[in-house]
Design a protein around this ligand. Sequence first.
Ligand code: ZN
Length: 274
Amino acid sequence: MKIVFANSAWVSAAERLILHGGSWQSVRLRVRYGLIIHPRAGPVLIDTGYTPQATRGTDRGTALRLYGAILKPQLNAAEQPLPVLARFGLTPQDVRTVIVTHFHADHISGLSQFANARFIASDAAWSRLKARTAWQNLRHGVFAELFPTDFETRLDGLSSKARIAPRGAIPGGADLFGDGSVVAVDLPGHADGQFGLLFAGMERPLLYAVDVQWLLAALVQRRTPGFPASLLAEDFTAIEPTSEVLRRFLADGGEVMFCHDPEPKSYDLDGESV
Ligand SMILES: [Zn+2]
């Protein structure tokens, strides 16, 4: 099984917003998404990163336009999903599965590009999203116009998957492909229904922990940012317990990756020659 991560875009944030006690200096962050070449499931995307649908799409509502104008993501054309798939000889039609870790714009904005894909996501979070008004969803960082109109019929909910029990510091979760190769691990705190992905079979077990923190330093140095980041979190009180799970995993020899940490990792496309 091959796993690579690509950087869909760059965004900037003042360090102190993402690292407790940090400076006002701006940090350039990645917006990763992943591609798994799975022996049985074929090419599987892990989210889609930021794509033009979020930054330039004509279907965008006022709130999404405003969000784009404030965050100003700089798309990384070379590592958008389509050119990255092409590097592996794949087209968007070849992608049968997109794992959607949570419903924020920088994770779902490209979903409409994958007409043949089913979407593995938290069906519980999807039900809650449907029960909320558009305004309430905006407060949860969810822009409804980014979902394909047939999202629900293509939703392959986590609740239907067999569960794998934790083993020591290795967290348990939902077995996505029935072979233990990719396990969805609940990571409450940042967003409703957020889960990460455990790849326990790698030489060094890997946990892609998405947006539990922005920076690895915030995890390792116990520097979870407080206000105003606390306002944006779905459940701020859950961030520390979730971070503690990740620290135990690290201490046990595992590797943790986040979506936005700027340091290159060995799984990053720009860190290897394809
Ligand atoms: Zn997020």
